[in-house]
Design a protein around this ligand. Structure first.
Ligand code: GLC
Length: 615
């Protein structure tokens, strides 16, 4: 009886998507027996999916907006840095709850070779957890424990490449044609050189070029990222099918959000940049349908770190949806530009673009993540304001290195390209806000200013629609960790500067209102509570920016039903007075509870207000 009900549920989902899935599959692969194999395996993974996950799928299908509210707050961390291993994470769930966090992104934890792992993004076995972190059973236990507490779990699905230690790669290296065809192998450099003409570099300094010569195999292999990360060839249907089985296997371990790593790169064509090609969208669309058939409670989060016009297409369309969520990457980069210039014009324009997108689009908002910050800004606009790309990037890097523009930031460059002169930036939020420098100089006034900037940036980030995600340690103001330089496996990659170990001794001070950690923790916690409590923060609220008449003050507004909220954010280290004449009436500051009139608002250095209309 129960089985036949489950059978019907599955059939209904399959029928909904079957024809389109088949059509797209045949368009790409023209291989009906491989398609039949895919269908058989989808059914198998559905049958194997446990009852709790199936109930949660059914419930989420009834509430497709479940992730579009204002109640999700994320935190990302490396398991070992945060709590040694998976069991340790389980023991720390209470801490996460104290932070109001109900979405955790477990950074890559699958098997990966030591010293050739790219922070875990070189997977050697998609079905094995790194031994020191635990096992698949521990993962299932952890996801179940999270679900009990109403928390969601995100993991990376690194589908563009495998580690050179993956079973397929080992066989390919030995010259097995079946496995070589799962990668891009070339006997000489004719084609690699042609690719190099149109394919840009991701790691120009740490891993130049897009191909690696394998002397033992006598072949070149395509390696867009590090030489030990071999690009998979999705023209081969075996690769697509097997990777979909890995995706479903992981989904069945209780994962709620699958972060599709480096997704724009997964399809390669000669004489193209090998990024964002139409076939990438076909694959993501198929993945979305496969998920909706087998495990519809799952969300796909696309890692599309590209120029703005390339990002939104990964949402797909209403009828042909692709990713559920995408990173708000241009907004993130524009935020730091605003910190360095104290000029909100570019950020305001960027927010206007995001605000004009359909409300169904959910963005993941963040101030920084485990990767570097690339200066992908709208340079056409900046040019009109007299800023040239090259010199502006130089200014931003100098600013955040602490050399220019009255900066108090600390951090390091990343992949400074000697040819293009381009460089990206690494640092924790706290260090970039001046907390590291103020601490080292024992300067209390500077520390207060730095904390104020850090909190203001979070308040502004929380005011955007979507899901805010913190990097673990930012909630207590953890600063840069320079110890990576002593580790030969990490020394060349400055991203490790902002991937330090969670300092639990510092975290103990999170309830001490006089300590730096307590000041940040308490204020961020309050902001999280306000965001969750006030309906006006829901994702489908109306959102717009407000002209404040002050170059360094950003004005944002949200309205939902009868409620309206004005947010004012001062990106300058001097006090500002803002006049918003048309907006009469009494407003209540949600943070202090104080009342104010928008006819004239005085703002302290790096101050902010969440002003709600009415009493
Ligand atoms: C993504 C990850 C990054 C990694 C790269 C290659 O961009 O965020 O950390 O280096 O993919 O997998």
């Amino acid at each position: 009886m129960k089985n036949s009900k489950a059978e019907k549920v599955y059939q209904k989902r399959l029928e909904k998507h079957h024809d389109e899935l088949r059509w797209l599959y045949m368009e790409l692969y023209d291989n009906s027996s491989m398609f039949a194999e895919l269908c058989d395996n989808m059914k198998r993974f559905y049958t194997e999916r446990n009852g709790d996950l199936k109930s949660s799928d059914a419930e989420r299908e009834c509430r497709p907006d479940w992730y579009r509210k204002n109640d999700l707050l994320g935190m990302m961390f490396y398991i070992d840095n945060f709590a040694e291993n998976m069991k340790g994470v389980e023991d720390r769930l209470d801490y996460l709850e104290q932070c109001n966090v109900n979405y955790i992104h477990l950074m890559p934890f699958l098997d990966t070779p030591k010293g050739r792992s790219d922070g875990g993004y070189a997977v050697s076995d998609f079905r094995k957890v790194q031994e020191e972190l635990g096992s698949m059973e521990d993962l299932e236990e952890l996801t179940a424990a999270c679900h009990k507490k109403g928390m969601h779990v995100c993991m990376d699905f690194v589908m563009n490449h495998t580690s050179e230690d993956h079973e397929w790669a080992k066989r390919a290296r030995q010259g097995d044609g079946e496995y070589m065809s799962r990668y891009f192998f070339f006997a000489d450099d004719t084609l690699p050189s042609r690719y190099e003409k149109t394919v840009p570099q991701v790691f120009p300094t740490t891993a130049p070029g897009n191909f690696t010569w394998l002397p033992d195999a006598g072949h070149y292999v395509m390696t867009t990222f590090y030489p030990y990360q071999w690009d998979l060839n999705y023209k081969n249907p075996r690769v697509f099918n097997e990777m979909m089985y890995n995706f479903l296997y992981l989904a069945n371990r209780g994962i709620d959000i699958i972060r599709i790593d480096a997704v724009p790169y997964i399809w390669k064509e000669l004489d193209t940049p090998c990024r964002n090609l139409p076939q990438v969208h076909t694959i993501v669309r198929m993945m979305r349908m496969i998920g909706e058939i087998v495990c519809p409670g799952i969300l796909l989060l696309g890692e599309v770190v590209m120029e703005p016009e390339k990002v939104a297409p990964y949402f797909g369309t209403v009828e042909k949806a692709e990713c559920h969520m995408l990173y708000n990457v241009t907004t993130m980069a524009s935020t730091w530009h605003t910190v360095a210039t104290r000029d909100v014009r570019l950020l305001k324009r960027q927010l206007d673009i995001v605000n004009s997108l359909p409300k169904d689009y959910v963005f993941l908002n963040y101030l920084r993540c485990h990767d570097d910050i690339g200066w992908g800004l709208d340079y056409d606009i900046l040019k009109k304001e007299g800023m040239e790309e090259r010199s502006h990037k130089q200014y931003l890097n100098d600013y955040f290195l602490g050399y220019a523009g009255g900066s108090n930031s600390r951090g390091e460059l990343y992949n400074a390209d000697p040819v293009t002169g381009d460089a990206r930036f690494c640092g924790t939020t706290a260090s970039m806000c001046g907390i590291e420098k103020a601490g080292a100089e024992e300067n209390e006034d500077a520390m207060e200013t730095a904390i104020q900037l850090d909190v203001m940036l979070h308040a502004y980030m929380f005011m955007q629609s979507g899901i805010p995600v913190l990097y673990s340690g930012d909630e207590i103001g953890q600063v840069n960790d320079y110890t990576y330089k002593e580790n030969p496996d990490k020394a060349a990659d400055s991203r490790y500067i902002h991937r330090g170990k969670m300092d639990w001794t510092l975290a103990e001070r999170s309830s001490d209102a006089d300590a730096v950690e307590g000041k940040l923790f308490g204020r961020l916690k309050l902001l999280g509570e306000i965001r969750k409590r006030e309906k006006v923060f829901v994702s489908n609220a109306e959102t717009w920016t407000v002209e404040t008449g002050q170059r360094s003050v950003l004005g944002m507004a949200r309205s939902f039903g009868e409620e309206m909220l004005i947010g004012l954010f001062n990106f300058s280290e001097s006090g500002q007075t803002v006049r918003l004449p048309g907006m009469d009436g009494v407003y209540t500051d949600l943070v202090s509870g104080g009342k104010t009139d928008l006819a004239e608002v005085t703002m302290p250095a790096y101050g902010f207000y969440y002003l709600k209309a009415g009493k």
